[in-house]
Design a protein around this ligand. Structure first.
Ligand code: SF4
Length: 405
């Protein structure tokens, strides 16, 4: 597959002209945010944007309705959130959020700074498409199934599987070599490609990259699946401290909540499931965080129906949208029409709209009639932007109402 046009992923220095105004995307390698950085983002959202920080499916954040890009970039650069003008859009690195604190074979967060530095200091790697995703999985299997391009998956305390185009390449590398091998694979992708946005789009991309690397795959292949059990609630760390996993409604965090989280003064990780993890808390402060922030709308309940629902931008943010899907999805949650999970496969519906097992795809005329169980993604058109991987029921706006399935 050959692309004839460059990717259009937005950044801070190249905003996306959304229907509701300029949109800025800020890369957070490994999803990590220092409290002061979150405070800067909260102030920028309130003073330069629409008042919210959107969490993305790559553990980044974005601000909507930002007409003054120069003011935003100046604030972000001052907070260390824009360390490179040339490479800002290629810093797409996701890592197991709990790594180094709870379980896992290895602390993959230790690989993030050298990988980020290696990307930023190689002039040619500025040519990587903004779609290329680096994945660092500590062996628990939460990240490798996200369908990245280049990554590692821990197979032991000091050994990683090289992941290419979302699959196990069969190559095993040491912890000491992991970053250099990933950077070499990125160079190989550029050498072999002809404008493709993703490694999987390059004909025989994986074996050709392996050839360039000069490494020999072994016989073993790990299988990666999409994980849906996102870290939510009270999470005891291996060192006796506590992490708190929290979600925000439809992945949109009001600046005021972000300011409260920043005031906790602990490292924060944005996850690729549009949630966050507040780390390294003593028990008593953790209890106070839940007591204060849960009533403000931060979700610590793993059984919340909000965790079953995601939605694209829809109207008014997207010109292609047929309706305001986020409002309709929120109304479904608030009126109890997001039904408890079933054990049945998703993407099937009966005439009530509830996913109960095999059955025909149906048309529902109005948003008020949609009542679906299990994981569901609401889209304003057929493109289904932001759809999570794995088993998800699609709720897609059409000219005649929402189609389920
Ligand atoms: S799915 Fe359609 S309406 Fe939604 S953001 Fe994508 S293009 Fe826009």
């Amino acid at each position: 597959m050959t692309r004839t046009n460059p990717d259009s992923c937005p950044g801070v220095l190249r905003l996306h002209q959304a229907a509701d105004g300029p949109l800025a995307r800020i890369r957070l390698p490994g999803g990590r945010l220092e409290p002061g950085q979150l405070q800067v983002l909260a102030e920028a959202a309130a003073e330069l944007g629409d008042g919210n920080i959107e969490l993305t499916s790559r553990g980044n954040v974005q601000l909507r309705q930002v007409p003054d890009a120069a003011a935003l970039s100046e604030r972000l650069a001052g907070a260390g959130l824009l360390p490179s003008d040339t490479h800002e859009r290629v810093r797409n690195i996701v890592a197991s959020p709990l790594s180094g604190r709870i379980g896992g074979w290895a602390d993959v967060h230790a690989l993030v700074p050298p990988l980020d530095t290696g990307l930023r200091t190689a002039p040619r790697l500025a040519e990587l498409p903004g779609r290329v995703l680096f994945t660092l999985d500590d062996g628990r299997g939460d990240i490798s199934g996200l369908g990245g391009d280049i990554g590692v998956h821990a197979t032991g305390a000091a050994e990683f599987a090289l992941v290419l185009a979302g699959g196990d390449s069969g190559i095993r590398v040491s912890a000491a070599d992991a970053v250099q091998v990933m950077l070499a694979a990125a160079h190989a992708f550029l050498d072999l490609g002809s404008g493709q946005w993703r490694l999987r789009e390059v004909d025989d991309g994986v074996p050709r990259v392996i050839d360039v690397l000069g490494l020999s795959p072994g016989p073993e292949r790990l299988e990666f699946g999409a994980a849906h059990d996102i870290p939510i609630g009270w999470l005891e760390q291996d060192n006796g401290l506590v992490s708190l996993g929290a979600a925000v409604r439809l992945g949109s965090m009001p600046a005021r909540i972000a300011e409260f989280i920043a005031a906790i003064e602990r490292p924060i990780f944005i996850t690729p499931w549009r949630s966050l993890v507040i780390t390294d808390l003593e028990e008593w402060p953790a209890e106070q965080v839940v007591r204060v922030l849960a009533p403000m709308g931060l979700i610590f309940d793993a059984n919340s129906p909000w965790l079953q629902v995601s939605a694209c931008a829809g109207r008014p943010g997207c010109a292609k949208a047929l309706t305001d899907v986020r409002a309709d999805a929120a109304a479904a949650v608030e009126s109890g029409r997001v039904l408890p999970p079933t054990d049945q496969p998703a993407a099937e519906s009966n005439t009530s709209g509830r996913a109960t097992g095999p059955g025909p795809t149906i048309e529902l005329r109005t948003a008020d009639e949609v009542a679906v169980a299990d994981r569901q993604h609401w889209s304003g058109c057929e493109r289904r932007c932001g759809r999570p991987r794995g088993q998800v029921t699609d709720i897609v706006a059409t000219e005649n109402g929402y189609r389920i399935g």
